[in-house]
Ligand binder design. Structure first.
Ligand code: GLU
Length: 292
């Protein structure tokens, strides 16, 4: 099926840094239902550029989850680690326009200061063996999130020039995500509110490359009993593939949607799509009372 004629292309883009958990399922369900309710295309992309952080077998677990929950990607699943040449080509494009530079500052030099002062901007260091940073400017970057409302940030005052490629050669998530959203024709991003803060960086990078702007929807995060967001770092429990229909039902309810009947997952998803209403998604950046 061609993606060219669709107005809506959405995606689910997990990083294989641990097994998928209930929070990942919520993102998958919301991105899928939102795309399908608008007759859109839905794509799965595995974001595995950060090789040292890849957790053994988690790519396989992601694929097994997609199978068990009967999600189908409309195009062949891509793996970012197979696309490093594409990201390098974009870096070359940015270099030609003098929008990036090499940086020799180590974490030790930077210390706890989270705003990068642009120390290496004028040094013209060779690109090899150094981190690569993109220049930001002193301006407000604003966007209207479909759930979280209006958001503005000033990258120069809040962050400084940020890294696109690490010194160890790893392509940063910010670059890979922007390039692939563009190359895959993504129009709508639906993901957890933990990524809200990354959005301004991605919009900035997209604008430097003249990529079209995207629509964003950041979902409230599922929390554990200790009040922390479910995450791989907090060792959230892996999705139990034996219980896919029950978990799916729970995820749909957590998203505030009308209940669906327990059935085969693809039938439950079809019902959720027919009933999909983003006005019912809980407000804010955290969900209450989700202890999975
Ligand atoms: N790969 C990111 C993650 O698993 C999500 C990227 C995105 O949706 O933009 O947290």
């Amino acid at each position: 099926m061609s993606t060219q004629n669709h107005r809506y292309t959405g995606r689910f883009a997990p990083s294989p840094t641990g097994p998928l958990h209930f929070g990942s399922l919520i993102t998958a369900v919301a991105s899928y239902c939102d795309a399908k309710a608008q007759q859109g295309t839905w794509i799965v992309r595995i974001e595995d550029t950060d090789i040292p952080r890849i957790y053994p077998d988690s790519e396989q677990h992601i694929l097994q989850c997609l199978d068990a929950f009967e999600f189908e990607s409309d195009v062949k699943i891509i793996f970012q680690k197979d696309r490093l040449d594409l990201y390098e080509a974009v870096l070359a494009q940015l270099k030609q326009k003098d929008l990036i530079y090499a940086c020799q500052c180590t974490r030790k030099i930077l210390g706890s200061n989270h705003i990068y002062a642009g120390t290496c901007r004028g040094l013209h260091l060779p690109f090899e063996q150094h981190a690569i940073r993109v220049k930001v400017s002193n301006q407000n970057i604003c966007f209207e999130d479909r759930l979280q409302g209006s958001h503005c940030s000033n990258l120069e005052n809040q962050l400084g020039d940020f890294v696109l490629k690490r010194r160890d050669g790893i392509i940063n998530y910010q670059l890979a995500v922007v390039v692939d959203d563009y190359l895959q024709g993504v129009t709508h991003v639906v993901r957890g509110a933990d990524l809200l803060d990354n959005t301004a960086r991605q919009i900035w990078l997209g604008s430097l490359l003249n990529y079209p702007t995207l629509q964003y929807m950041h979902l409230p995060l599922a929390m554990n009993a200790e009040g922390q967001k479910l995450s791989k770092q907090n060792l959230a429990r892996a999705l139990d593939l034996q219980n896919a229909p029950q978990l799916l039902q729970h995820a749909i309810l957590a998203l505030g949607q009308h209940p669906v009947d327990l059935d085969q997952p693809h039938k439950m998803l079809a019902q959720a799509i027919a009933q999909w209403d983003i006005k019912r998604i809980p407000q804010g950046t955290e969900m209450n009372g989700i202890y999975l």
